[in-house]
Design a protein around this ligand. Sequence first.
Ligand code: COA
Length: 159
Amino acid sequence: MRHCIYPGTFDPITHGHLDVLARATKLFDRVTVAIALDTTKDPLFSADERVEMIQPNVACYKNVRIVTFSGLLVDFARKQKAAAIIRGLRALSDFEFEFNMALMNRHLDEDLETIFVMPNEQFSYTSSSLVKQIAKLGGDMAHFVPPNVASELKKKFAV
Ligand code: COA
């Protein structure tokens, strides 16, 4: 069984993340969406809220599950017996950060590969923080996030 981990903060999940996930499900027998609790970010949504927002959007895949994890990604991946980490590369600007992270992870675990896929170009400028900013200022998020996520964002920023 080829198993990969799709890690991220997913605060919140966007159509761009879901595009990467759809590609991962075709490449691997099993995909674990892994919400990292140890990041440098200060998330708007709790880990449970993020799991709940992702759930209905991955229900169509039989080979996807969602978990949260703390500690190092490589340790988590090793425990899960995953063969690879999958990450999306939206644009050249993602490259340096992703390159550093992939090399650091390789240094920590030589056997764990990082595989990059390119999401559809219509999502190349989507990011969770821009979506949150649009939501906060009352803009239309329909192009960037699924309806359940848009509705949770609206609730967060309701006055
Ligand atoms: N579509 C849309 N947006 C995308 C995207 C895509 N396909 N791919 C990335 N993004 C955006 C996200 O929206 C997010 O935007 P933001 O910065 O505005 O919030 C940003 O790119 C990256 O977010 P995400 O994909 O959720 O990943 P991340 O960079 O937050 O994840 C971890 C980093 C969780 C993988 C990393 O911190 C980690 O591994 N943590 C565990 C601890 C550890 O092992 N640390 C050592 C790492 S070497």
